[in-house]
Design a protein around this ligand. Structure first.
Ligand SMILES: O=C(O)CCC(=O)C(=O)O
Length: 310
């Protein structure tokens, strides 16, 4: 009798100790195959409420610094673009096209906030590296403030804005700071976009199958970078009404857009774009080039900001 009890206990312990391992593996595999099939992965409550408090503090500090730079620009008569060139350790601050007294976005956050850099690396970069089973590295980073009245980001793919640098694919992570709603201009992501365009003229079928096709887009003018309406109108869009602490991983080919903020509260979100480490480290080159040529339309691709050709 005693020997049977020992055998049953051993079987139960082996089964019990294997279960968490087995379910963890399944968790990664499910997430990986969802991301690979759909081009995005939305993880609700990725950050805890206390981590969200930290992120909100960073967002507040970044906005304060951006306002200080905007005030310096006004008092010195030097445009923000020139300040970003002269003060290489400072944020890159870009005003709203429709309301230049409002800040649309700030970039190169991680050079100015080393603690935020460590926080992002230890959470998002590490998570992404495990999710996709190979090392990833940061390519660029920014916060889009989208204050009340802040402008729309028309439908676009990110890849054509990044393609002048080395990497052939990227994964951005949107970190939701404020609740994002239909009213305040949440992100919308294309669903099944590869299926939508199968067999359609003007798109390379092999690239479409690989998920790396670039849809025809408007070049020049105030809609520079926007997917041609003939194509964008066919897409079925998923609104990401995300809560603070939610994160959304999405690749640089998936079409996305967001509406203006029609509410009276901000819709802030940070974006951390990564590339495969084996394609090289580009973050410093990216920001060196952006500071040297800030009005290049490639840096204002489907955004509510001003550039040379807009
Ligand atoms: O902040 C948003 O709503 C959209 C962001 C985006 O698509 C971009 O910055 O390229």
């Amino acid at each position: 009798m005693r020997i049977w009890c020992v055998i049953i206990a051993c079987i139960w312990m082996v089964g019990f100790s294997q279960e968490p391992f087995a379910s963890t593996q399944n968790g990664w595999e499910e997430r990986r195959s969802f991301f690979q099939k759909n081009g995005y992965l939305w993880i609700k409550q990725f950050y805890s409420p206390d981590q969200v408090l930290l992120l909100k503090d960073w967002a507040d500090q970044i906005h304060q610094s951006s306002l200080t730079l905007a005030a310096l620009s006004k008092s010195s008569g030097l445009p923000l673009q020139i300040l970003a060139q002269k003060m290489r350790g400072s944020l890159i601050v870009v005003p709203e096209a429709g309301n230049p007294s409002q800040i649309c976005r700030a970039e190169d956050l991680l050079s100015c906030y080393p603690d935020l850099h460590q926080f992002v690396f230890g959470t998002l970069t590490t998570y992404l590296t495990t999710l996709l089973n190979e090392p990833y590295t940061l390519f660029k980073d920014k916060i889009n403030f989208k204050w009340p009245g802040g402008g729309a980001f028309p439908p676009h793919q990110d890849f054509p804005a990044f393609e002048f640098f080395g990497p052939r694919e990227h994964v951005s992570v949107m970190v939701c700071i404020d609740r994002a709603t239909l009213e305040n201009g949440c992100l919308h992501i294309a669903q099944n976009w590869r299926e939508t365009f199968r067999g359609m003229d003007g798109i390379d079928p092999q690239l479409l199958e690989n998920g790396t096709a670039v849809l025809p887009y408007i070049v020049g003018g105030k809609n520079h970078g926007t997917i041609q309406p003939l194509y964008a109108d066919k897409i079925s869009w998923l609104p990401i009404e995300a809560a603070p602490g939610d994160v959304v991983f999405f690749n640089s080919y998936i079409p996305h857009y967001s509406e203006p903020n029609r509410s009276d509260a901000p819709r802030r979100a940070m974006f951390f774009t990564h590339n495969r480490l084996k394609e090289g480290e580009y973050r410093e080159t990216y920001y060196y080039t952006k500071r040297a040529d800030p009005d290049n339309p490639a840096f204002h691709f489907a955004t509510p900001t001003m550039s040379r050709m807009k």
